[in-house]
Design a protein around this ligand. Structure first.
Ligand SMILES: [Mg+2]
Length: 389
């Protein structure tokens, strides 16, 4: 069956059905989170104030000649939508819609000229996820079955949230917290992080996984000084401390602080970026983002590279949408998935779902819908052309 059309679209998501009143506002609305740009004090580290942070979600709709369609979600607004519509669509329209490996290779070979990461890999991700959704619908199978799964009965989730009381009330037993400091904050910044981690460890207790997420805000020297002081708190991993281009720095950090695992990957795009991390022994865990880094096909390739070297793959935000849930049901060396818990405490997770058909964790475990494709329950009327609003 041939591809009739490929286009960037807007998907109208239903309003979250919040029947329940929150007990308080989420950490997500107020917690300081440092980013690389915070070396310049005029930029805020408060949520929603980061430059480039307000771009719209891009969806991609791929329609087959019999009218069946699949949807994939990517990100970052107009540049991505333009890449989908003007670069990828003309290449793959008219091709066999089931030949995902071929279409991935074709698109990657063309996208090298555009850097094959950033906007190019984000656009590729939306298209690739839509192709998997379409293939599942045509073959009447959930995507995890097409990938050779399931390899587990359900997925163990960790909660990314500073609301540790609420995370525990929901039944999570693994936790990741924010980082408020930038390396330019020096000793004061180190003290702030140590107090933040110490408090979190006392709230969750010993014997529970606890991680911290600096999101590229450290340099090697700051990270090493901090890790010395965090050693008593037994972090399960230290996430994305450095900018993605500093692979040698990460490898140095990993060798210099062998008591903590190093994780990174949400800002690494495509299989070659992960091959570099793995070859240089810079990481213990890779964290591709399925909607930014080329899609499910690229994530499965990164997983294969990492698996052979004894490195786990735990995608960024994996448990929050059906894409990452299907990955985790089919990837052998993916021992847990991230549930980014940014909704208000007290509101049940079922009331926070934005993509209809998405399963939510119960007692820290999630199991995706076995419906065809990614199991998303959208109607044609929910979908509009990009730029039409
Ligand atoms: Mg992260």
């Amino acid at each position: 069956m041939k591809i009739k059309s490929v286009k960037a679209v807007i998907v109208k998501l239903p309003e979250a059905a919040s029947k329940t009143r929150p007990t308080r506002l989420s950490w997500n609305k107020s917690a300081k989170r440092a980013m690389p740009v915070n070396i310049y004090p005029e930029y805020s580290n408060l949520p929603g104030e980061m430059p480039g942070g307000g771009l719209k979600t891009v969806w991609v709709q791929v329609t087959a000649e019999d009218g069946t369609w699949g949807l994939g979600k990517c990100a970052f607004g107009d540049p991505t939508a333009a890449f989908v519509n003007t670069v990828i669509a003309p290449i793959i329209e008219g091709q066999n819609c089931l030949a995902i490996e071929y279409l991935n290779d074709l698109t990657l070979r063309v996208s090298h000229r555009f850097g094959s990461s950033g906007t190019a890999s984000t656009a590729m991700a939306g298209v690739d996820l839509a192709l998997w959704d379409l293939k599942g619908k045509i073959l009447n199978q959930p995507v995890y079955s097409l990938l050779g799964g399931p390899v587990r009965d359900s997925i163990t989730c960790y909660a990314t949230s500073d609301d540790l009381d609420w995370s525990q009330e929901l039944g999570f037993t693994k936790f990741k917290i924010t980082n408020p400091s930038h390396y330019s904050d020096g000793d004061t910044g180190i003290r702030t992080v140590v107090e933040h981690v110490a408090k979190a460890r006392s709230l969750v207790g010993d014997g529970r996984d606890l991680m911290i997420n600096p999101v590229m805000s450290f340099n090697v020297e700051f990270a090493l000084r901090l890790l010395e002081q965090l050693r008593p708190y037994n972090l399960r991993w230290f996430e994305e401390p450095l900018v993605p281009t500093n692979t040698e720095g990460l490898a140095h950090l990993r060798r210099a602080a062998p008591w903590v695992a190093i994780a990174t990957g949400e800002d690494h795009h495509g299989r070659h970026a992960f091959l570099d991390l793995v070859e240089k022994r810079a990481v213990d865990i890779i964290q591709p983002d399925l909607s930014w880094g080329g899609g499910l096909t690229e994530a499965m390739k990164a997983h294969a590279i990492a698996e052979m070297c004894g490195i786990a793959t735990i995608p960024h935000g994996g448990a929050n949408d059906p894409f990452g849930q299907h990955f985790a049901m089919a990837a052998t060396e993916s021992p847990m998935a991230e549930y980014w818990l940014g909704t208000d405490p007290g509101v049940p997770l079922e009331e926070t779902v934005r993509i209809p058909g998405t399963a939510v964790p119960v007692e820290g475990q999630v199991k995706p819908s076995p419906e065809p494709g990614f199991g998303m329950q959208f109607e044609s009327g929910d979908i509009a052309d990009w730029g039409s609003n």
